[in-house]
Design a protein around this ligand. Structure first.
Ligand SMILES: NC(=O)c1ccc[n+]([C@@H]2O[C@H](COP(=O)([O-])OP(=O)(O)OC[C@H]3O[C@@H](n4cnc5c(N)ncnc54)[C@H](OP(=O)(O)O)[C@@H]3O)[C@@H](O)[C@H]2O)c1
Length: 337
């Protein structure tokens, strides 16, 4: 990697359906010389997240869409290569929305210095990153789980879902996962301690859920949407809570997506459905880090990462989230730690 040039991905066209490499242009540009008050960061790991598909659609949302010609937005961790900024020194590890590129020159705004940690740097994009915040606050604050209740999680073997289920176990719930392969289901039960897991690609989902959740479902953590949400509504208990975290089955839709057919059950079962955005809880990150660190050190929490090599892989690797071939937090490694 040259220190004078930067390779980066700029959005070329808005994707139609799944993201294609040709939706982006990989370009080389000179790295601007540092000015007083600036720092230069070398990206080490980029986080690939399902929400990125939504950022490419030209519609109002919780963040503005990425514009044609802009660098693809994305969370990253990196190392400070050079600093003329009073708060950052060469060698600091930092996190921020540095985007799909090798290097970024910044004035320090939105750059967080990472504390020294015995965990690998990738943990800042998984356990202590967006996935960690999403699962912790989504389940505990939005889902309001109570000991002895049944928690059902879709996308359960993913980065967010696998943490949600483990927090559920720590809090004394019966935890059931929905995932897309037998291998993932086995991992959930045998490695992570879920009480049961069902493969939504095999057999009738409702029958499988009735068996796995004999007392019905009190909290449903929704990562997927579509037919799975519809089926789950039919097995919810009265006064259950549905935490709408994500609807990944719809992110690549090329036509209008129908609403849940079983929506009337929200009335008869007096359900509470609430969406949330993880960053709403940004001021409470310390709470999460304390709990995760304690649980992790006590061996109560496991997580895995799926690291794809090379900046050039980013636009194709992101589809692993949508075809289910990722095994854990999906990350692109851009340079050596
Ligand atoms: N609200 C927030 O602030 C927030 C923040 C972060 C993430 N999220 C949401 O959380 C969810 C999980 O994100 P993540 O980063 O942890 O990704 P992930 O779960 O690690 O990966 C995505 C998984 O979704 C499953 N999937 C993909 N397409 C599917 C479909 N059509 N039907 C059913 N399952 C499908 C696949 O697993 P299978 O093999 O099981 O199909 C895939 O491995 C996403 O919906 C994301 O948008 C929300």
């Amino acid at each position: 990697m040259s220190t004078t040039t930067n390779r980066l991905w700029r959005l070329a066209v808005r994707p139609d359906g799944m993201i294609k490499q040709s939706d982006f242009n990989l370009v080389s540009e000179p790295v601007p010389a540092l000015q007083e008050g600036q720092l230069r960061i070398r990206n080490v790991y980029l986080s690939l997240d399902p929400a990125m598909r939504g950022w490419l659609i030209d519609r109002p949302s919780y963040v503005p869409p990425v514009q044609i010609g802009e660098i693809m937005r994305g969370l990253a961790v990196g190392v400070v290569e050079e600093s003329m900024h009073p708060k950052f020194a060469k060698g600091d590890t930092v996190q921020g929305m540095f985007g799909w590129q090798e290097r970024v020159v910044s004035n320090g705004e939105g750059v967080t210095k990472l504390p020294a940690s015995p965990l690998p740097l990738t943990a800042n994009l998984g356990l202590f990153g967006l996935a960690g915040m999403t699962s912790y606050f989504g389940l505990l604050d939005v889902g309001q789980p109570k000991e002895g209740e049944t928690l059902l999680v879709s996308g359960a073997a993913g980065s967010v879902g696998s943490l949600v289920g483990q927090i559920g176990k720590i809090k004394g719930l019966r935890v059931v996962g929905i995932a897309g392969s037998d291998d993932k289901c086995e991992w959930l039960v045998n490695e992570l301690g879920f009480d049961a897991a069902v493969n939504y690609k095999k057999g009738d989902l409702r029958t499988q859920l009735k068996e796995a959740c004999p007392k019905g479902v009190d909290v449903y953590f929704e990562n997927v949407g579509g037919e799975i949400l519809d089926t789950v509504l039919s097995v919810m208990n009265p006064f259950g809570r549905v935490v709408v975290c994500g609807l990944i089955s719809q992110y690549n839709a090329t036509e209008k997506v129908p609403g849940p057919y079983n929506f009337a059950m929200v009335i008869s079962k007096r359900l509470r459905i609430q969406g949330f955005i993880a960053t709403d809880f940004g001021s409470r990150v310390k709470e999460m880090i304390n709990d995760y660190a304690q649980w992790y050190m006590a061996g109560k929490l496991k997580y895995r990462v799926d690291v794809v090599q090379g900046l050039e892989a980013a636009p194709t690797a992101i589809n692993k989230l949508f075809d289910g071939s990722n095994t854990g937090k999906l990350i692109v490694q851009v340079s050596e730690v």
